[in-house]
Design a protein. Structure first.
Lengths: 112, 121
C-alpha cells in the first residue's frame, strides 16, 4: 500500500513562493494525489487533485496562486505570492483498493 | 453549495459509545461515497471509514475495525459513525468528508467543520 512522505515544516517570506513536496513510496510513483490545506483551528479544505503527469484540477474557489506539478514519485504544491492566510498545515492524500485513504504526515507552512 | 454538518460529539467515558451524524446538502447524496476522518489534538489527519453511495462497499481503518461502524441513510441525506468501546486514543475531532469516486479518482473533495469527541473518565 502507498505511503506518503512530507517534510514536517517549511517557511517562506510574505510575497515569495514556496514549493511543498509529497513523495510516494516505491512502486507507487504513478499514483494520483490530492492536496488539502488546514488553516489554524479550521477544518481541512480541498485544494487540488494532482496526477503523475503534472496535470492538476483545483477545487472551487482555490486562488490562482496555488499550482501543482510532478516529477517521478514527487508531487509538488507551489504557492506563489505568499499571503499571511497561507500559513497552514498542508496534507497530501492518496488511495488504493486496500487502504482506501491514506494521508501524508503534513507540512506546517510558516509565512515569515 | 456542498454542505456537510457533523453533530453528536461530546465527552464519553472509556469503554462507552457515541454515534456521530453528518447532514449533507447541496449534492445528490445517494450517488456519492462518504468518509470519516479524525484528527487527534496536535496530530495529523487519520482516515477512519468510508462507505459507497449504495452502502455496497464499506471500509474501516485497522485502528477502529470491530469497534466503529459507518452507515448512511440516503433518504435523510445523512452519514453516521457508531463508535463503541471507546478509548483515550479515540479522542479527536471527527470530520465528515465527501469522497469523489470516478475512474482513476477517489479523493476527498469537501469537508465538514468537525465534531470533537473526548474520551475521559
Amino acid at each position: 500500500q502507498p505511503v506518503l512522505t512530507q517534510s514536517s515544516s517549511a517557511s517562506a517570506s510574505l510575497g515569495s513562493s514556496v514549493k511543498l513536496t509529497c513523495t510516494l513510496s516505491s512502486g507507487h510513483s504513478t499514483y494520483i494525489i490530492a492536496w488539502h490545506q488546514q488553516q489554524p483551528g479550521k477544518a481541512p479544505r480541498y485544494l487540488m487533485r494532482l496526477e503523475g503527469s503534472g496535470s492538476y484540477n483545483k477545487g472551487s474557489g482555490v486562488p490562482d496562486r496555488f499550482s501543482g506539478s510532478s516529477s517521478g514519485a514527487d508531487r509538488y504544491l507551489t504557492i506563489s505570492n505568499l499571503q499571511s492566510e497561507d500559513e497552514a498545515d498542508y496534507y497530501c492524500e492518496t488511495w488504493d483498493s486496500k487502504i482506501n485513504v491514506v494521508f501524508g504526515g503534513g507540512t506546517k507552512l510558516t509565512v515569515l | 453549495e456542498v454542505q456537510l454538518v457533523e453533530s453528536g460529539g461530546g465527552l464519553v467515558k472509556p469503554g462507552g459509545s457515541l454515534r456521530l451524524s453528518c447532514a449533507a446538502s447541496g449534492f445528490t447524496f445517494s450517488r456519492e461515497s462518504m468518509s470519516w476522518v479524525r484528527q487527534a489534538p496536535g496530530k495529523g489527519l487519520e482516515w477512519v471509514s468510508s462507505i459507497s453511495g449504495s452502502s455496497s462497499y464499506i471500509f474501516h481503518a485497522d485502528s477502529v475495525k470491530g469497534r466503529f461502524t459507518i452507515s448512511r441513510d440516503n433518504a435523510k441525506n445523512s452519514l453516521y459513525l457508531q463508535m463503541n468501546s471507546l478509548g483515550a486514543e479515540d479522542t479527536a475531532v471527527y470530520y465528515c468528508a465527501r469522497k469523489v469516486q470516478a475512474p482513476g479518482m477517489s479523493h476527498l473533495d469537501h469537508w465538514g467543520q468537525g465534531t470533537l469527541v473526548t474520551v475521559s473518565s
